[in-house]
Design a protein around this ligand. Structure first.
Ligand code: 5GP
Ligand code: ZN
Length: 106
């Protein structure tokens, strides 16, 4: 089964259960995806160990983004299921740095 996230090797950080990399189409500078090494579509199907490992990498990636981009805020989000907007059916957590005035008001 071909899965882009299973095959991805340009890794920023990893631990026993998870790996992370820069999003190829970033919402903002420093947009990172954290994904389990095991192929699993749904966040709700991850083990406790995999969820804890996500938390550890979130901390590491936040530190990386803080030092490199000095953002003003963050969004952390997970799309779970195609109806939610999940386009890659291998679980991933978005870490999206936010910057003052990065959203244009209509
Ligand atoms: P979703 O909408 O499924 O939550 O988000 C999927 C994300 O994966 C998107 O932000 C998209 O830019 C990113 N993405 C899709 N394919 C690749 C890829 O091959 N490499 C990387 N680095 N990011 C990808
Ligand atoms: Zn996969």
């Amino acid at each position: 089964m071909a899965c882009v996230f299973c095959e991805l090797t340009q890794i920023l950080f990893e631990n026993e259960w998870e790996k992370c990399f820069l999003d190829q189409n970033p919402v903002s500078n420093g947009h990172i995806l954290i994904v389990p090494k095991r192929h699993e579509a749904s966040f709700f199907e991850l083990t406790k160990a995999e969820k804890l490992a996500i938390d550890e990498l979130l901390e590491k990636c936040k530190k990386y983004d803080d030092e490199k981009f000095n953002p003003d805020a963050y969004n952390v989000g997970i799309n779970i299921g195609e109806a939610s907007g999940q386009t890659v059916l291998h679980c991933h957590v978005h870490l999206i740095p936010r910057y003052e005035n990065d959203v244009e008001n209509p």
